[in-house]
Each structure stands twice: as structure tokens, then as C-alpha cells.
Design a binder for this molecule. Structure first.
Ligand SMILES: *Cc1c(COP(=O)(O)O)cnc(C)c1O
Length: 423
């Protein structure tokens, strides 16, 4: 537990000794109606724009303008194998080997592609387990996979629920489910960090447990990539998917990431959906070859990718690579710990943080439950230039991100919350 103090001076002092404070200048911070920086705590929803992004996208626009189709080979960053320019940095961010990672499609699309390969139901093993309160898109995706294979999407979907009157999931419950039904479960699909509570699960523990029962495991890392130090390779998980527009700051609707564990890299026989981009790069343009899949995660690509979106990812990943996910998470723990300290000091019975208080069981987001509040509180925060989000029925989610948020951001956010709650 770190020690914190109250007062604005303390926040300013923390900013002055923060080694990462300069990175804020590398981002465009939206302004409020008075022309001042807003307090942007919504990096868990849409990360802010790095100043470098425009330069990188412009480079591709220029090359397209000047080279046309030849840009595939002659652009400054040849488009043909652009994925290669992202992979090393992306692999580092999620703790993977380069062969395990690819940037393609969008998150939910990748989730389906992964389920084509890793949800292979049989007569006796066909159920899918997800956490209760999974992100809706994930739930809809697994339900539709169940229906696609001819199963009932209620009977065959198992929910890992928190205990009554608790907000967080416990591993004992997961173990109990596996003990009873493990032999019927084909796939466990969990959000690595739950989007609502901010609970960060122990990926290795879940994976090891699930594999003992013969289940495949996938994680949705939408709220984890760029937020916590993932060790996807080490966790042993079969696959993972994540988007790049949240903590990875690559712009609205930008391309997603996908991880397939190395032990599946050379399994040519693995069932999958394919396209010309999953085919051997050497012979791809002969166009008449029999299909020859690329080893590793790249072997799940379908199409030639949108370079403009990749350019934005390239810009963002370079920042992450420069700082290093280790340093980022170190600042993150201290910033979020400070946030938690201030909220707890409000000493208000109406307010409760539902995110775990153990820094190793969360990322930067705190989900603050406000008793008897309604969306008008969120509206008032917005009017006070705090950008955070509201989740029904009564939770404010705030994510101070270490790349562009400051201790003073957090200080003023809590001051404003205090004022509004006491009104
Ligand atoms: C943000 C998010 C998504 C969004 O999916 P898209 O396919 O990118 O629209 C899905 N799952 C989780 C857990 C998320 O947090």
C-alpha cells in the first residue's frame, strides 16, 4: 500500500516527480467550453489521439497519392507486409511472442474466428462458460455460436456469477462449476478485465484450471491490453482478442489484436475460416496455389488490411514501446491508488468502489457505485468538464490512464464529485 496525502499541493508535487508526465504533451486533450483541458477519464472507452497519429496517417496518404498501387512495395512502409511493423511492439504490450500475434478485423469478428477454431463442440462436450455480466458483444457472440452449432443458447451457456450481494467473481465458484460440469464445457471465454467492475482475473490460474478439465480457454482483453502487464504466452491461454481503440489509443473502430498460443502455431489441420491473407506470403500472388496456411496467428487473417488504421496503431504502439508497459503499469498503480485514497477519504456512505482494492487485481479503472444516484450525476460531472462514463444502474467508471492523465486530473475529479454528491 502506497502512502498518499490530501490536498492540491500533494497532487502537483506528484506530477512534478512523475517521469511520464511529459507524455501528456504527446496527446491531444479535448477542451471544455472555456477552452481548458477536460479531465478525460474515458480511456477505457476511447483512448485519446497521439499527436504522432496524424503524421503517420499522412505518410500513407502521401504514398498512396504519389505511388498508387506501387505503394504496396515502394511506400516508405510497404503496405504488403505492414502487419510486420506492428507485431513486435504489439507482442510486447500483451506479453506474447511475435508468432502469436496479429492485427486484423475488429474484436468481435476475431472472437468469432477464434471460436471457429477453438469451440469445437462434441456430443458430450459442447457448453460455453462466460462470466455473468460479460460485455454484451461477447455474450451475443457466444450465444450465436451455440445456436450455429444447433445448441440451445440458454441451456448450453454457463454463467460464472458473483455470490449474492457481492460484485466480484470468486475462483471457488469457478472451480465448483468445473467440478460439476467441466467435462461438458468446450470453451471458457472470460473478459480478462471485466468492463463493469474492473476486476482483473488471474489468467494463468483460470487457464490452468480449465485445461485440467479439458476445456479450451479464450480471453477478451479489450480492457486489459495497454492497461495491465499481460503475459498471454505465459498464461497458456489458447487464444485472446482485444481492440485497439480503448487503452491502445488507435482511434475509433480501429483494427483489433488477436493472439493464438504458440502450441497451435503449426497445427495446419485446425479448423478455421480462411482467405488469401492466411495463405503463404511467398506464393500468395501466384493466385492459383492450393491453400497453404501461414504458421502462427497470421494464419487467421482473411483480407488485406486497412493501412490507414494500421498507421494509427503503429504510432500508438511506438509510444507504448518507448515507455514500456512495465513503467506504465507502475505509474498506473500509483495513480489509481491515489484515486482510490481520495474517494475513500470522502467518507461518504453513498459511495462504494466495487473494483478490487488489491492493485494486482485491477487495472487503472475504478468503478464507483453511487447509492440512489441516477444518470443526472453523470450529466453534472460532464458539465463540470469531467469525461467519464455511466453504467446502469448506478456506476460511474473512471479510468485515469498513465500515459496522459495526471495526479491533478484525479484530484480535481474527486473534488468535483464531492461537491456534486453533497449538493
Ligand atoms: C469494447 C469491448 C468490445 C467491443 O467489441 P468491438 O467488436 O470492438 O465493437 C467487446 N468486448 C469487450 C469486453 C469490450 O470491452
Amino acid at each position: 500500500m502506497l502512502n498518499y496525502n490530501l490536498g492540491l499541493d500533494y497532487a502537483k508535487e506528484q506530477d512534478s516527480i512523475d517521469h511520464l508526465s511529459n507524455y501528456r504533451n504527446q496527446f491531444h486533450i479535448p477542451k471544455d467550453k472555456y477552452g481548458k483541458d477536460v479531465i478525460y477519464l474515458c480511456g477505457n472507452s476511447l483512448g485519446l489521439q497521439p499527436k504522432l497519429t496524424k503524421t503517420y496517417i499522412n505518410q500513407e496518404l502521401e504514398d498512396w497519392k504519389n505511388l498508387g498501387v506501387d505503394g504496396h512495395f515502394e511506400a516508405k512502409n510497404p503496405w504488403l507486409d505492414y502487419n510486420k511493423l506492428l507485431i513486435k511492439n504489439m507482442a510486447h504490450v500483451v506479453g506474447a511472442k511475435p508468432i502469436e500475434v496479429v492485427v486484423m478485423n475488429t474484436l468481435t469478428t476475431n472472437l468469432h474466428l477464434m471460436m471457429v477454431s477453438f469451440y469445437q463442440p462434441t456430443k458430450s462436450r459442447y457448453k460455453i462458460l462466460i462470466e455473468k455480466d460479460a460485455f454484451p458483444s461477447d455474450k451475443y457472440a457466444v450465444e450465436s455460436q451455440l445456436r450455429h452449432h444447433g445448441y440451445d443458447d440458454k441451456e448450453s451457456l454457463i454463467l460464472w456469477e458473483p455470490r449474492k450481494n457481492e460484485a466480484l467473481n470468486r475462483y471457488e465458484e469457478l472451480e465448483a462449476i468445473l467440478k460439476n460440469q467441466g467435462h461438458e464445457i468446450a470453451l471458457i471465454m472470460i473478459g480478462a478485465i471485466n468492463y463493469y467492475t474492473g476486476q482483473y482475473f488471474d489468467l494463468k490460474h483460470i487457464t490452468t484450471l480449465a485445461h485440467q478439465y479439458g476445456c479450451k480457454v479464450g480471453f477478451d482483453c479489450a480492457h486489459a491490453a495497454g492497461n495491465v502487464q499481460l503475459n498471454l504466452h505465459d498464461s497458456g491461454v489458447d487464444f485472446a482478442v482485444w481492440c485497439t481503440y480503448k487503452y491502445l489509443n488507435a482511434g475509433p473502430g480501429s483494427l483489433a489484436g488477436c493472439f493464438v498460443h504458440e502450441r497451435h502455431a503449426y497445427k495446419k489441420e485446425l479448423n478455421r475460416f480462411t482467405g488469401w491473407w492466411s495463405h503463404n506470403k511467398e506464393t500468395r500472388f501466384k493466385m492459383r496455389d492450393n491453400f497453404d496456411v501461414i504458421p502462427g496467428a497470421e494464419g487467421w487473417q482473411l483480407s488485406n488490411p486497412p493501412i490507414l488504421s494500421m498507421a494509427a496503431i503503429k504510432a500508438s504502439l511506438e509510444l507504448f514501446n518507448e515507455v514500456g508497459i512495465e513503467k506504465l503499469t507502475e505509474k498506473s498503480k500509483s495513480l489509481t491508488g491515489y484515486f482510490e485514497f481520495l474517494v475513500n477519504k470522502l467518507n461518504n456512505n453513498a459511495i462504494k468502489i466495487i473494483t478490487p482494492n488489491n492493485p494486482n487485481e485491477r487495472g487503472c479503472q475504478l468503478s464507483i457505485q453511487v447509492k440512489n444516484a441516477n444518470k443526472s450525476l453523470h450529466k453534472k460531472l460532464t458539465e463540470a468538464s469531467v469525461v467519464c462514463d455511466w453504467r446502469e444502474p448506478d456506476v460511474i467508471r473512471c479510468a485515469p490512464t498513465p500515459l496522459y492523465n495526471s495526479f491533478t486530473d484525479v484530484y480535481f475529479m474527486v473534488e468535483k464529485l464531492k461537491k456534486l454528491i453533497n449538493e
